[in-house]
Design a protein around this ligand. Structure first.
Ligand code: G1P
Length: 290
């Protein structure tokens, strides 16, 4: 039996973005730009490059700019057309989503990432689904979600993107307990959310890219509280282990934590250096400051 195709993605976007105040006072943090594209656009583009067609944003109050961003802006498009700005117009049309392919639900209460995913249960139904946390940005030759989708095809089970982190940072991430490891795919034998360095089962951490089996929703629906007294996705994922294949994928590419100021600034530099239209100028001005 071949695995069901991966067609759906959940984008948790309910967070307040307090680490970036005042920038995020009246603007969703997912609208912050790296070079000239908002974080949410990178997440959607990456999912589309993996063949994903349907999106659900799990949002909260004050996040309507995210919905508007993927809608048609008639006035803007008409003005660009009138002024002959065909390139900008084509880019806008390419960036937006097909009518009916994006839906939103509200999380209502900040009870954790696991609770956010559970809020999308009707959208998920009984299909495997992807999760992309827009704060995590990946610069790679093959989009990270496409790499995960490929690994899902191979393993026919859950796959999470993983990176090695310094031991003293295990308490910031979901950490893997690992079994067989071929250097690319790692068998997951256990998962712990934000363990202290001395008890962490490894230093292999989950980044914000997942392909999960829909059974995770049953485990989430028990609303058991974990680290930080939140409903943790990691704890529900751990309950899938042993029932269906579960792997970590050491993906090709570099991850930037854009929920952190330094990570966000680093992403600006790396993404602008990866842009042929900007790299030369950026290299020149960087010399001035180093
Ligand atoms: C969440 C997850 C964690 C994961 C991280 C990746 O944590 O709970 O397991 O490693 O995203 O960015 P958060 O960043 O929401 O604290």
């Amino acid at each position: 039996m071949s695995a069901k195709p991966l067609r759906k993605a959940v984008l948790p976007v309910a967070g307040l973005g307090t680490r970036f105040l005042p920038a995020t006072k009246s603007m969703p943090k997912e609208m912050m730009t790296v070079v000239d594209r908002p974080l949410i656009q990178y997440a959607v583009d990456e999912a589309r490059a993996a063949g994903i067609e349907q999106f659900c944003m799990v949002s909260g109050r004050g996040k309507t700019a995210l919905i508007d961003h993927f809608d048609v802006s008639y006035e803007l498009e008409a003005t660009l057309k009138e002024r002959g700005k065909t390139e900008a117009l084509a880019q806008l049309q390419q960036d937006r989503l097909q009518p009916g392919s994006i839906t939103t639900v509200r999380q209502q209460e900040p009870l954790g990432l696991g609770h956010a995913i559970w809020c999308a249960r009707t959208f998920i139904g009984d299909e495997p689904f992807a999760i992309l946390l827009p704060d995590d940005l990946v610069l790679s030759k093959t989009p990270c979600m496409a790499q995960l989708a490929q690994a899902y095809k191979e393993t026919e089970g859950s796959v999470v993107a993983v990176v090695e982190v310094p031991r003293d940072q295990t308490n910031r991430y979901g950490i893997l307990k690992i079994g067989e490891d071929d250097g690319r795919l790692v068998e997951v034998t256990g998962l712990v959310e934000k363990p202290k360095p001395d008890v962490a089962p490894s230093n292999l951490s989950i980044i914000g890219r997942y392909v999960l089996m829909p059974e995770v929703i049953e485990h989430l629906s028990r609303m058991e509280r974990g680290a930080g007294n939140e409903v943790q996705l990691t704890d529900a994922m751990a309950k899938l282990i042993g029932h269906s294949p579960f792997h970590g994928l050491r993906f090709e590419g570099e991850r930037f934590d854009c929920g952190d100021k330094v990570g966000f600034l680093e992403a600006q530099i790396a993404f602008s250096l990866a842009r042929p239209d900007l790299a030369g100028d950026v290299r020149r001005f960087l010399k001035k400051y180093t």
